[in-house]
Design a protein around this ligand. Structure first.
Ligand SMILES: NC(=O)c1ccc[n+]([C@@H]2O[C@H](COP(=O)([O-])OP(=O)(O)OC[C@H]3O[C@@H](n4cnc5c(N)ncnc54)[C@H](O)[C@@H]3O)[C@@H](O)[C@H]2O)c1
Ligand SMILES: N[C@H](CO)Cc1c[nH]c[nH+]1
Ligand SMILES: [Zn+2]
Length: 431
């Protein structure tokens, strides 16, 4: 049952609790579980990977079956419909068009006295893409990760995904991978897959950057291996925060709330509206749509623990509350969404207007669906081409430039007591 909260202080407290849900004291056990998994895979390699896959995914693997072989990849094409293949190709084309825009470019600038300064962008050598596969299969996530990695020019792109209890890895995921040019795929998921990518095992060589969304275990594992490898962001259990005026359609809003809730029992689905009438209609619509919902139990759990409707005084107050929450997805289901956008400060992706369900962003509009969650949109952004790039600074001085600015360097170096720094300049400019 979706609760309606009318008191502002209660609403603020609930929003804080939901935002912090993956980092609460109740999650201590999961933090510890993940730390152990990482340590064991780092120390024992394939043996630990295989054991954890048996425990958590109930699939028995050997070092030989960890990697998906060419014939299984070929066979996947026979198992998908033409409609699905066309949809994958349309999504890939639109995601690629979006990600090719404004790719950071290397630059140099020629300044006074012949000083040259610049930035030189280079791709990481290898990237590991995590494609979730516990409670659903995600061909869309394959594209959202692989396309920007390809556009960035990463040489080695590896994919990991859970082995798919009983059914094997989804053919749709394998087809999407091949459409995106990915051939190195391992059937392993969860924190153990992140550990393999970060530390390497006998079968899976380590990578430089790990990207992709996942459940709590995957998200915590990425957080813990950060530093040894780069990561995109903490893209964990999904969230939507909808701000709606009295003209919004309650049935559509209910569907959009359930669309995120159905990802995970830890998913969050929040509506903020000044209209009590709309709130009550949304509660009724949610109850209607939950009937016969194939993922009903899971969705109900998310709605009960991390779902709510808050009654606000104004749309502006709703935006301020949303800024404190920093949602992964923000929907502005209002008559004039552009009048509110300026006020939005923190959100992974913003969906404007009554005709823009969040699902278009999930699948094919073009922008990336791998987005920061649990408040991390305060400082992080969607996965993009730049996730796979880093830049080196370029600095060149002429003798004249060094003569002109060397004195200031010498002063600063002496202030820091670093005499060899001082001398590295002095010896060049003093005869
Ligand atoms: N933020 C984003 O950009 C974004 C995008 C897409 C999906 N998502 C999220 O991705 C997640 C997908 O989750 P999923 O569960 O379907 O797939 P998943 O692949 O993320 O997780 C499945 C794995 O979790 C591990 N696991 C399960 N129970 C465990 C336990 N008790 N202890 C240790 N490990 C365990 C298993 O090894 C399994 O392979 C959802 O939370 C969804 O909301 C987020
Ligand atoms: N809503 C998810 C991001 O939180 C992305 C997704 C993929 N497929 C369906 N949805
Ligand atoms: Zn979704």
């Amino acid at each position: 049952m979706l609760r309606i909260i009318t008191q502002l202080t209660d609403l603020r407290a609930e929003l804080r609790r939901i935002c912090d849900r993956t980092d609460s004291s109740e999650m201590n056990q999961q933090h510890a579980t993940v730390a152990t998994i990482l340590q064991r895979v780092a120390a024992e390699g394939d043996r630990a990977l295989i054991e954890y896959t048996s425990t958590f995914d109930h699939v028995d693997l050997t070092p030989e079956t960890l990697r998906i072989k060419g014939d299984e990849l070929d066979a996947a094409y026979q198992q998908v419909s033409k409609e699905l293949l066309d949809a994958i190709r349309l999504a890939k084309q639109q995601i690629e068009a979006f990600h090719r825009q404004r790719v950071p470019k290397s630059w140099v600038q020629f300044g006074e006295d012949g000083i040259v300064l610049g930035k030189r962008y280079t791709a990481v050598d290898s990237a590991g893409l995590y494609v979730p596969g516990g409670r659903a299969a995600y061909p869309s996530t394959v594209l959202m990760n692989a396309v920007p990695a390809q556009v960035a020019g990463v040489k080695r792109i590896v994919m990991v995904t859970p082995p798919g209890q009983g059914k094997g890895v989804s053919p749709a995921v394998l087809v999407a991978a091949q459409e995106a040019g990915i051939q190195e795929i391992y059937r392993v998921g969860g924190a153990q897959a992140i550990a393999a990518l970060a530390y390497g095992t006998e079968t899976i060589p380590r990578v430089d950057v790990i990207t992709g969304p996942g459940n709590l275990y995957v998200m915590l594992a990425k957080k813990q291996v950060y530093g040894r490898v780069g990561i995109d962001s903490l893209a964990g259990p999904s969230e939507v925060l909808i701000i709606a005026d009295e003209y919004a359609h309650p049935v559509h809003i209910a569907a959009d709330l359930l669309a995120q809730a159905e990802h995970d029992p830890l998913a969050a689905a929040i509506l903020l509206t000044p209209s009590l009438h709309l709130a009550q209609a949304v509660v009724a619509a949610v109850n209607d749509q939950l009937t016969d919902h194939p993922r009903r139990l899971l969705t109900e759990k998310a709605i009960a623990h991390y779902g709510l409707i808050g009654i606000v005084e104004s749309l502006e107050q709703a935006i301020d509350l949303s800024n404190s929450f920093a949602p992964e997805h923000l929907e502005l289901e209002v008559d004039d969404p552009w009048s509110l956008v300026e006020r939005v400060r923190h959100a992974g992706a913003i969906f404007l207007g009554y005709a823009t369900p969040e699902a278009v962003g999930d699948y094919l509009a073009g922008p990336n669906h791998t987005l920061p969650t649990s408040g991390s949109a305060r400082y992080a952004s969607a996965l993009g081409v730049e996730t796979f790039l880093k830049h080196s600074s370029i600095i060149q001085y002429t003798p004249a430039a060094l003569l002109k600015q060397g004195g200031a360097v010498i002063t600063l170096a002496e202030t820091e007591g670093l005499i060899s720094h001082r001398d590295s300049v002095r010896l060049r400019i003093e005869p």
